[in-house]
Design a protein around this ligand. Structure first.
Ligand code: C2O
Length: 485
């Protein structure tokens, strides 16, 4: 047994060697885990049910934490125990070499590395294992483009916006962003009463990668099915790694509340015995005996971009200063709406002569019967600009629908619904400094779908070529609004 397990970049492994032993061992272990009965806590079906299920929810099943500051610690432990289960299977496989058997750790998929890394690694697309048997890492329940080497769009794979959010958690105050790790909530599956707001990392890249891989109706697009896709675990290893990357931000603010640190989560170990864990035990991964091979902050303007919002949030509540009058319906086309902005009349007027310290764009009351199989990038600019509305400089974040059926389906409480709040302070300051912030803001929603690379290898494959996109299911945004704080 190794003293410390190192989780490595799956694309780096693939480039080192096709069917790298670590990846092949994972494939063989997945095959074994799928053979275990559904009520075996160490089996594949049960492990997926730990995340979400309607069949037999209990203390261990149907537990995934989303729209909550428990999102990161819960998923960290979920992955940790899953990894130990896989490792114990790998250790029993004669066809795996001793070094791999001893040191096996879950690889991560860093889709935000080089542009080519935004494609599913080849071992997750190949139809066969090296010995010709069907490959357990390839599942058909995905956006078909991803199995053909499609690339997740750059807006989906970038963690830059999340990493510059310095606060881990924020109270669920209407209008304001939820922090890096999620809003302060109680323990809940799917959503507490009230509005469901994802943290910055949970939204992008987490939620948009889910839908990008799953597409419409694919496993990665729903809470109850996502962990059935073997790539789920490598996606979450990357999200877990990004938490470590964020912890390299010198000015970050970690949560210190006992309510967060000491809440107990229930899991099973590789023997099938019940175990417990808390956030306090897992904030530092070295206490769990693993680390990542690379947790460097991405190069580029990360620090500069976060300057404006590094000061603590003002303690007066955000004020609504503008909103669309009617709901916005989207069906997969680029859509632009105008939001009128008026002067604040609340505390901000008295406090600072109406000049905001922060500006937030909100997309409120997001509803859909099901995940439509795509996400939308959000761009904010002033309408008299002649610039390209989807220029990177105006990109403030993404709206995603992973979990939407649990927060806003027709059978749900009317007060639910997903909400997104984006900090647009930097953009506001840039426009204000050049006297271009005025009483109209244009907000553009751009559909995000995987892009097939031009040299798409399997484009002539039977039944897949020329296949038209199914029309995406519609989604409705109750309103698009601007808040000052
Ligand atoms: Cu609980 Cu990525 O899901």
């Amino acid at each position: 047994m190794a003293d410390e397990y190192v989780r490595r970049d799956v694309w780096a492994l693939e480039r080192e060697q096709q069917w790298h032993p670590v990846v092949l061992a994972y494939a063989l272990a997945v095959e074994r885990l799928r053979e275990r009965p559904a009520d075996d806590p160490t089996g594949w079906t049960y492990q997926a049910a730990v995340h979400g299920t309607t069949v037999r929810p209990d203390r261990w099943r149907n537990q995934c934490q989303h729209f909550s500051w428990f999102f990161l610690p819960w998923h960290r432990l979920y992955l940790y125990w899953f990894e130990r289960i896989v490792r114990s299977v790998v250790a029993s496989l004669d066809e795996v070499d001793p070094e791999t058997r001893d040191g096996w750790a879950l690889p991560y998929w860093d889709y935000g590395g080089s542009r080519a890394d935004a494609a599913l690694p080849p071992a997750f697309r190949a139809r066969q294992l090296p010995d010709g048997r069907p490959n357990p890492l390839r599942v058909e329940q995905r956006d078909a483009r991803m199995n053909r080497g499609g690339l997740l769009p750059a807006q989906v794979t970038s963690a830059r916006l999340a990493l510059q959010t310095l606060e881990f958690a924020a109270p669920r105050t209407p209008g304001q962003p939820a922090g890096f790790g999620g809003p302060v909530t109680g323990w809940h599956h799917a959503a507490e009463s009230g509005v469901a707001v994802p943290g910055a990392l949970e939204a992008t890249p987490h939620g948009v990668v889910h839908t990008g891989v799953g597409g419409r109706g694919g496993w990665m697009s729903g809470f109850d099915s996502a962990p059935l896709d073997p790539v789920f675990w490598l996606h979450h290893a990357n999200i877990d790694r990004l938490w470590e990357v964020w912890r390299g931000q010198p000015r970050r603010r970690d949560p210190r509340h006992r309510r967060w640190l000491e809440f107990e989560f229930d899991f099973h170990d590789e023997q099938g015995d019940a175990v417990k864990g808390t956030a306090r035990q897992v904030v530092d991964t070295t206490s769990l005996g693993y680390r990542y091979d690379d947790v460097a902050l991405p190069p580029g303007p990360l620090e500069a971009a976060s300057m404006g919002t590094s000061s603590p949030r003002p303690d007066h509540p955000p004020e609504l200063v503008g909103a669309t009058d009617n709901p916005v319906d989207l069906t997969g086309e680029r859509t632009t709406v105008q939001v009128g902005v008026s002067a604040p009349e609340g505390p901000l007027d008295a406090l600072r002569g109406g000049v905001p310290d922060r500006v937030y764009l909100n997309v409120e009351d997001v509803r859909a019967e099901e995940n439509p199989g795509l996400s939308y990038a959000v761009y904010v600019r002033v309408p008299d600009d002649n610039d390209d509305p989807t220029d990177d400089r105006f990109h403030v974040g993404n709206v995603h629908f992973f979990g939407v059926e649990l927060t806003s389906g027709s059978d749900r409480d009317a007060e639910h619904g997903l909400a997104f709040a984006f900090d647009v302070t930097e953009l506001y300051r840039r426009l204000r400094d050049s006297d271009r912030w005025n009483d109209q803001v244009a907000v553009t929603f751009e559909p995000l779908r995987p892009e097939l690379p031009p040299e798409s290898d399997e484009s002539d494959e039977e039944g897949e070529s020329g296949e038209a996109d199914a029309p995406p299911a519609g989604v409705r945004f109750g309103r698009v609004s601007i808040y000052y704080q």
